[in-house]
Design a protein around this ligand. Sequence first.
Ligand code: NAD
Ligand code: ADE
Length: 440
Amino acid sequence: MALTVSKTPTGSEYKVKDISQAVFGRLEIELAEVEMPGLMSCRTEFGPSQPFKGARITGSLHMTVQTAVLIETLTTLGAEVRWCSCNIFSTQDHAAAAIARDSAGVKAEEEYEKSGKLPDVNGNENEEYRTVLRIIKDGLLVDPTRYRRIKERLVGVSEETTTGVKRLYQMQANGSLLFPAINVNDSVTKKKFDNLYGCRHSLPDGLKRATDVIIAGKIAVVCGYGDVGKGCAAALKRAGARVIVTEIDPICALQALMDGTPVLTLEDVVSEADIFLTTTGNKSIIMVHHMKQMKNNAIVCNIGHFDNEIDMHGLETYPGVKRITVKPQTDRWVFPETNNGIIVLAEGRLINLGCATGHPSFVMSCSFTNQVFAQLELWKERGTGKYEKKVYVLPKHLDEKVAALHLGKLGAKLTKLTPAQAAYISVPVEGPYKPPQYRY
Ligand code: NAD
Ligand code: ADE
């Protein structure tokens, strides 16, 4: 894929599918703003003082309407922003077009430190990573000087996802983390909202847009009962499915049981269930030998991190298997021995962003307000030594502020503690704030 970019009349570079969709994108962005009170109040509170003046922020995250509101909040606060989608199916072309036209560079580039060595684009990494490497390689071939050293300038990173923060903690542990990082995922107002309520909303949206199958009465297997699994299991139950959970963690397994959901292994249910969903952030959960045993037209999908929760490679290379594309992101794979087919959604990538439009604006406002606070903190404290090359979480008062900013929109009124009540329940906290185990 060659890296050809276009320019707006004001000189801003972009690479989007169709810039003429900007008008439609702008209309949807304006609707989303009303549903994103956290981000909009950041604009009101911080906009006048331009705290990001001089900051260049680059993001890799699904290029949706909601992300557009995040980007324009960052630019309203004074940042220069460039953006690159993180998933080949989640980009909303109209949102990308509006952002490219009005607010930020939208493309994938500028990351690779010049080492004289071109990246290997054929390794075992996932497809998104290989795509970025391919773009970098093409860019270097066109102009070997285009990637400046960014290490000196890099202030820090804020990370959105459960799996992403795991990678950062792994890097911290093995000494390869080169920058301070803020773990946005483990803010309560992110993980317990986006992962749980967001998926509870957007999973059934994806299933319904992709297939004509009624959920009521079906047997649905949810692999993983963390926050995403809990949200998805709740949605499937509400739609009338009989849900079964698979887990490796005894606490999450017990939670599923207390919620009235059987916990079994995939092997126990593989030939009986109608819908299979992975939510683990782990790999190799549903393998091709499982898929072969499934009922005709069983639905197989993933809402976890990557397309490696489902063994897509094993499926694609299975001798004699036939792929019938019903429509984009809905494929029927037929096994030669039985002539039975399974329906795989979004090619094993995120169903909610591949087959639908992801989480709704309100819940993304919670996640993204945490992102703005994290970026503000990193930028404000640059050069002060406050943040080392470690992973941090935001303090509790900011987590509470994110929640507070979203209460009014839903008509809530918070009760105020009396001083006596405050003293009665307060406990001394020593040292820096540590979040409890939010996983459960
Ligand atoms: P989590 O850690 O709370 O939950 C994952 C669960 O999977 C854990 O309970 C774990 O014990 C279980 N698990 C791990 N390996 C397993 C296996 N082999 N079999 C069965 N269960 C297993 O994480 P989470 O916050 O629920 O996030 C899960 C994934 O979803 C992550 O990859 C995250 O990045 C992603 N995510 C996606 C979206 C989206 O919009 N699609 C939103 C939020 C998070
Ligand atoms: N993750 C889940 N839903 C999303 C959305 N609507 N925009 C960006 N990232 C998301």
